[in-house]
Design a binder for this molecule. Structure first.
Ligand SMILES: Cc1cc2nc3c(=O)[nH]c(=O)nc-3n(C[C@H](O)[C@H](O)[C@H](O)COP(=O)(O)OP(=O)(O)OC[C@H]3O[C@@H](n4cnc5c(N)ncnc54)[C@H](O)[C@@H]3O)c2cc1C
Length: 434
């Protein structure tokens, strides 16, 4: 297994490069080990660092901390979702449980950025669930009923209003929800790295190859060294399955996104100088598309089973063409060569879109599988899994544990066949809005 990513993500390239990177190159011992330094692992480390100032705590990542999906996402901190890619949540009670978790996720991030005075281009501008197809009104009306019952402020909007707000004629209908935040994911995760407590030893470019529990001690083998630990938290999200964690309950999916350069004054005027906005698709495989505060357009319109995980330049270029088409459909007046970067990222899915938050065995814990809500939920789950692993209990854990648990997946080759068929079906359903 390889855990590497392309180096073409605009969010990461916006940041200064880091130095003093430590790599595991000897045999180490610790009380607590966290594998994976995205939102989940960094939040777990921050919490453990606060709870145990005198214990040895190690956080290890296969690549540079934060440079996996946590920097590569679209930057929507969501309070509500219309669908999670595989199943839609029709029942009110289940939807409420999910929304309660999202709410706690937003609170965790708010608390973090307030405490550490983090600038991550935070914008409470809400979001649009938009479609070019008027017939999607039925889906949006049903969704509107759910949101009304749960007290989420929202509004149905049509073409003329959308043209003014988004600068494109493409969408015929949308449901705007005033909750939901847009942010710069790279800046957020970088702040989590920069503010790690002093007692956390961060090791990067250190791939965990395998692990085993022997006589109560967890032995972890890395490429150039090893760690013996008493307790471990797996926070590797899309790579949980490849480490044998809950392997019959989660599977990785590769997403790709592209970002344009900043629009020139003239280009920006040509689309009506809209304020920053974020659109999510009504049908699962439609495009997520966003205008950033510095006038760049981000688009994500692929989701696939991709093996190996890392995409070659050629693979990325193919997806970039799809993304250029997606942008041109919405903004035909923009030039063809406006995309500045295209990148991929790995996320983890479960069959019923539920998350993993679990004690796997004595002193072995895991959290992950957030679909499109990992910014807030990953941060929340990281903190709370650290608390759970410390044998404490909180009202947040109570809310998390009230959710439906992930359901069992069929074995291979049926699993991949099922996922691929489902993705093709969803892609066809969303064809016009990709
Ligand atoms: C294109 C894209 C768009 C998205 N859009 C959104 C969005 O708008 N809003 C939202 O909330 N979420 C979004 N997501 C999902 C979100 O990014 C993830 O849910 C979130 O990053 C999960 O955080 P994490 O810390 O659990 O996992 P990750 O950020 O994936 O971190 C896991 C870490 O584990 C490390 N690792 C894996 N295996 C090993 C190993 N064997 N040894 C050592 N380290 C290992 C990896 O290198 C990685 O750094 C999107 C994702 C992508 C890719």
């Amino acid at each position: 297994m390889e855990v590497v990513n392309d180096n073409s993500c605009s969010w990461i390239n916006d940041l200064n490069s880091r130095n003093n990177i430590q790599t595991i190159s000897s045999n180490l011992e610790c009380e607590w080990l966290i594998i994976g330094a995205g939102y989940t692992g960094l939040s777990a480390a921050r919490k453990l660092g606060q709870l145990y100032p005198n214990k040895k705590i190690i956080l290890a990542d296969a690549q540079l901390a934060g440079e996996g999906a946590s920097s590569r996402n679209s930057g929507y901190l969501v309070d509500t979702t219309l669908n999670d890619g595989f199943t839609s949540n029709k029942e009110l009670e289940n939807y409420k449980k999910k929304a309660d978790i999202y709410k706690l996720g937003i609170e965790s991030i708010k608390k973090f950025i307030k405490e550490y005075q983090v600038d991550c281009d935070w914008n409470e501008c809400g979001k649009y669930f938009a479609s070019s197809k008027l017939e999607d009104k039925n889906i949006l009306k049903k969704f509107s009923k759910t949101l009304s019952k749960l007290g989420f402020e929202h509004k149905l909007l049509y073409k003329q209003d959308l043209k003014k707000r988004l600068g494109t004629n493409f969408y015929n209908i949308a449901l705007y929800t005033s909750g939901g935040i847009l942010l710069h994911p790279g800046k957020l995760v970088r702040a989590m790295i920069d503010t790690l407590p002093e007692n956390i030893d961060l090791y990067e470019n250190s791939l965990l190859l395998n692990w085993k529990k022997i006589n109560g001690i967890i032995n972890c083998v890395f490429k150039n060294g090893s760690i013996k630990t008493k307790k471990i938290i797996f926070a590797t999200n899309g790579f949980l399955k490849s480490l044998g964690i809950k392997k019959n309950y989660n599977f990785p999916i590769t997403l790709t996104a592209s970002m344009t350069r900043s629009l020139t004054d003239e280009e920006f005027r040509s689309i009506g100088e809209p304020k920053e906005w974020g659109v999510l698709p009504v049908r699962p495989m439609g495009a997520t598309i966003r205008m950033t505060k510095d006038r760049r357009i981000l688009i994500r319109n692929t989701a696939e089973v991709h093996n190996p995980y890392v995409m070659s330049r050629l693979d990325l270029e193919k997806r970039s063409i799809k993304q250029k088409i997606g942008i041109k459909k919405r903004f035909p007046q923009l030039p063809d060569n406006i995309i500045q970067s295209t990148w991929s990222g790995i996320v983890s899915r479960t069959r019923n879109s539920s998350q993993i938050f679990e004690k796997i065995d004595e002193n072995i814990f895991a959290a992950g599988c957030y679909n499109g809500s990992g910014i807030g939920v990953g941060t929340l789950f990281g903190e709370q899994i650290a608390i759970k692993a410390s044998k404490e209990y909180t009202k947040e854990i109570e809310t998390i544990e009230a959710r439906n648990k992930p359901t069992w997946l069929p074995p291979q080759p049926f699993l991949n066949l099922g996922i691929k068929t489902r993705l093709i079906y969803e892609r066809l359903r969303a064809k016009s809005d990709i």
